[in-house]
Write a protein that binds this ligand. Structure first.
Ligand code: TYD
Length: 141
């Protein structure tokens, strides 16, 4: 996988126990491989519309780790100065979405399932949904 060049991100690899005929077991543990206390877990499925683009926001404080636990998609990352795209197709390798990281999810394969763990409960006030506002916020740092 390509190295991650944007700020406030990085790969997170989970232990995977492969049992050839009986499938895979993949484990994540708070503060062991997830670098925060998990307060919320959500998953996204039914992504059969090939032109869907999700995300298109950043967060003020929230930290998340995003996984593609089935199928594949393309994760777009933008820290305000550097941008990159990551092909997500490994069930045990997630990407840290730290604060102030604009992200998009698109080009979902059939049957794609995303799993996200988050450091806090849902709060709309933590979202930055306007790209110009995002650029202003990161530009002031
Ligand atoms: P959003 O985070 O914008 O989705 P995505 O980034 O995957 O495109 O959330 C979509 C909607 O769901 C929005 O109205 C907020 C709501 N929502 C919750 O109520 N709770 C949650 O934990 C999340 C993630 C979203």
């Amino acid at each position: 996988m390509d190295p991650i060049i944007v700020k406030n991100s990085g790969y997170i690899e989970l232990k995977k126990i492969q049992d050839e005929r009986d499938g895979n077991l993949i484990i994540m543990e708070t503060l062991k491989n997830i670098p925060f206390e998990i307060k919320r877990v959500y998953y996204i499925n039914n992504l059969e519309n090939s032109v869907s683009v999700r995300g298109k926001h950043a967060h003020r404080e929230l930290e998340q780790v995003i996984f593609c636990i089935s199928g594949s998609f393309i994760l777009g990352l933008d820290d305000g100065s550097q941008k990159q795209k990551i092909f997500m197709n490994k069930d045990n390798i997630g990407v840290l979405l730290g604060k102030h990281l604009w992200h998009t999810m698109e080009e979902f394969s059939s049957g794609c399932v995303l799993l996200v763990v988050a450091s806090d409960y849902y709060q709309e006030s933590d979202y930055i949904r306007d790209y110009n506002l995002f650029k202003n916020i990161v530009g002031q740092q």
